[in-house]
Design a protein around this ligand. Sequence first.
Ligand SMILES: CC(C)(COP(=O)(O)OP(=O)(O)OC[C@H]1O[C@@H](n2cnc3c(N)ncnc32)[C@H](O)[C@@H]1OP(=O)(O)O)[C@@H](O)C(=O)NCCC(=O)NCCS
Length: 136
Amino acid sequence: MALEHRHMSERSIAPPNIEKRFELEESYRIGKEGVETVGLRLVVDNDKAGEMVVKVRADKSTLFIDEIQIERKYRRKGFGTQLLRHAEDIAKGCRLTRVELRPFATDESSMSTPLLRQWYSKIGYTGTRNSMYKPC
Ligand SMILES: CC(C)(COP(=O)(O)OP(=O)(O)OC[C@H]1O[C@@H](n2cnc3c(N)ncnc32)[C@H](O)[C@@H]1OP(=O)(O)O)[C@@H](O)C(=O)NCCC(=O)NCCS
């Protein structure tokens, strides 16, 4: 299975409060032992603003978000939500049935793990303390 994604630079899917030019580009792709992993880099005005790593196993129907991170100065502008939406688009495009992640904050300075779980819930993710998912 090839994880396909289209460039995320169209104005129509930009966060509503963002006027700057931004793009989501592929930074790497690894296929190993039946698992395909794709690293995506969010670039705003030529500045690295964040990244997301997604992976899928050849025999599974779930897109797994391994990592999602927005640089501090770009947080709370809607980019994180856009990355999640993009992951859902990738999953749908590849006929996968859900997106899954482990809801643990890797930088508690702006969002603690409980806040992070609330944020995912608001976007439609459900599950347990260790694993949350959204059907798509
Ligand atoms: C989690 C993360 C990717 C979110 O990215 P983001 O671009 O800030 O997300 P958005 O702007 O789309 O949404 C942020 C929402 O989270 C909530 N939130 C964030 N910080 C908050 C705070 N201190 N208090 C209350 N709510 C908060 C709010 O609902 C906020 O939306 P609002 O600004 O419209 O009120 C970002 O905080 C991050 O990189 N954290 C460090 C890495 C990490 O922990 N990743 C998760 C691994 S599972």
